[in-house]
Design a protein around this ligand. Structure first.
Ligand code: MV4
Length: 445
């Protein structure tokens, strides 16, 4: 195991990683921007290094400063968390070149999965179901039309460099498709400097279900079941749960096997997530693979009893997974609510500022992953996630009731939060029946 690592992140995930390190006896180095000088993760780390001004582009995204911080503190490895540099293949390469272990997959795998068209081709070749569509990048508008006529409208044009919803266009007719082709390309060129696009059949109103995988550096790969992530607004997830209310043991085993073969086929290492969309007939299709630890990894930890961050550290230090697929069992039901400093009454606009009062819920089955405390000033520079509230109970009904109870106890003053909005979702009849899709929030607003 490493004796010291650097955490190239901030907020709750930085603190989450520090906690795992403390329990493993690994010393920690936090990096922070000016705006985070008084943040709890800075003080809970064994050492901390200021890496620049508040803007992410001047601090958390500055590779050379992060590498320099690792070198002056003698950190052997870097955990990138999520966001910032977590899925940047150049950063993983630079770490490697500087003899610092990047806690994540290889630069080659990050680069492959970052290219959504190549990821799709790779999965299709090994027999993981992808959405019907193009075999490669679209050469021109004519090719898009030809494929659309084969698979039938509606179709979706996606940017190969995109992901997470950026650079996508849906089309229902020939004319709309020509438009979609050119606007998607222009948008992709502007956003990513790469105008490559591909086409898929548009699955209307799907569910978003993802499988967590762990892969060590000795060819052992396991899956940790699914997370249902359909409750989202404009590609920002609000609530996640595990297990999914619609996934049976049989479907879980099939999706799990698909995710494991996906990981094996690319020599994947460390923690990763295989994302699927599922249609109304429960057909599922690979859409993307995330090569980082995700915000919602917590609910998988709750139902499997594993610590995914500790597993990441063990894998990166060369250890073999201490368990096989048959040793992984699922217990009870877990739900996560993302508490954001946003004003739901004003279009979810960010509501940064000083936390004046705070009361956290407690009692059985409650976990809170947060970095906030009274008098902390939520900076304007970063995402608005201030806390993750995670519950675990025997079954889904009890988990929902426990979450409503915990949200009732949660009190924050000084900034607006999404707490009341989340409560409204949990009390919704369709949500309680498990009857929802990615269009749920749109429908209830
Ligand atoms: C789709 C789709 C329907 N059909 N692909 C959005 C984010 C990106 N990861 C893929 N996305 C979608 N791809 C086909 N062929 C619908 C979405 C989609 C979506 C997916 C997951 C979670 C939320 C979503 C919200 C809107 C659209």
């Amino acid at each position: 195991m490493f004796s010291k690592i650097l955490i190239a992140n901030r907020g709750e995930i930085s603190l989450r990683i520090i906690r795992a390190c403390k329990e493993l006896g690994v010393r920690t180095v936090a990096v922070f921007s000016n705006a985070d000088k008084y943040a709890s993760f800075v003080h809970l780390a064994d050492e901390s290094v200021c890496i620049g001004p508040s803007a992410s582009s001047d601090s958390y995204l500055k590779m050379e400063r992060i590498i320099a911080a690792a070198e002056i503190t003698d950190a052997e490895a870097i955990h990138p968390g999520y966001g910032f540099l977590a899925e940047n293949p150049e950063f993983a390469e630079i770490c490697e070149a500087c003899n610092i272990k990047f806690i994540g997959p290889s630069p080659q795998v990050i680069r492959l999965m970052g290219d959504k068209n190549n990821a799709r081709i790779t999965m299709s070749k090994i027999g993981v179901q992808v959405v019907p569509g193009s075999k490669d990048i679209l050469k021109d508008e004519k090719e898009a039309l030809k494929i659309a006529h084969e698979i039938g409208f509606p179709v979706i044009i996606k940017a190969s460099a995109g992901g997470g919803g950026k650079g996508m266009r849906v089309a229902h007719t020939d004319i709309a498709l020509s438009n979609a082709f050119f606007t998607a390309k222009a948008e992709a060129e502007k956003a990513f400097g790469n105008s490559d696009v591909y086409i898929e059949k548009y699955i209307d109103d799907p569910r978003h279900i993802e499988i967590q995988v762990l892969a060590d550096e000795h060819n052992n790969v396991v899956h940790l079941g699914e997370r249902e992530c359909s409750i989202q607004r404009r590609h920002q997830k609000l609530i996640e749960e595990s297990p999914s209310p619609i996934v049976t043991k049989e479907i879980r085993e099939k999706m799990g096997k698909a995710a494991v073969s996906a990981a094996k086929s690319v020599n994947y290492t460390n923690a990763g997530t295989v994302e699927f969309i599922m249609d109304k007939d429960l057909n599922y299709y690979f859409i993307e693979m995330n090569t980082r630890v995700q915000v919602e990894h917590t609910i998988t930890e709750e139902v499997t009893g594993l610590d995914i961050i500790k597993e990441q550290l063990k894998i990166a230090s060369g250890e073999k997974l201490a368990f096989k697929q048959k040793d992984i069992t699922f217990h009870g039901h877990s739900i996560e609510c993302r508490i954001n400093a946003e004003d739901p009454d004003k279009g979810f606009r960010p509501s940064p500022g000083k936390i004046t009062k705070i009361h956290f819920p407690g009692g059985p089955g409650i976990r809170i992953d947060t970095f906030i405390y009274p008098d902390f000033l939520i900076p304007t520079f970063y995402d608005s996630l201030i806390a993750k509230l995670i519950v675990k109970a025997q079954n889904r009904k009890e988990a929902i009731n426990r979450m409503i109870r915990a949200l009732d106890e949660f009190y924050v003053d000084g900034v607006k939060t999404t707490i009341s909005f989340l409560k409204m979702i949990l009390k919704n009849g369709d949500f309680q029946k498990g009857n929802y899709s990615t269009k749920f929030i749109e429908r209830i607003m």
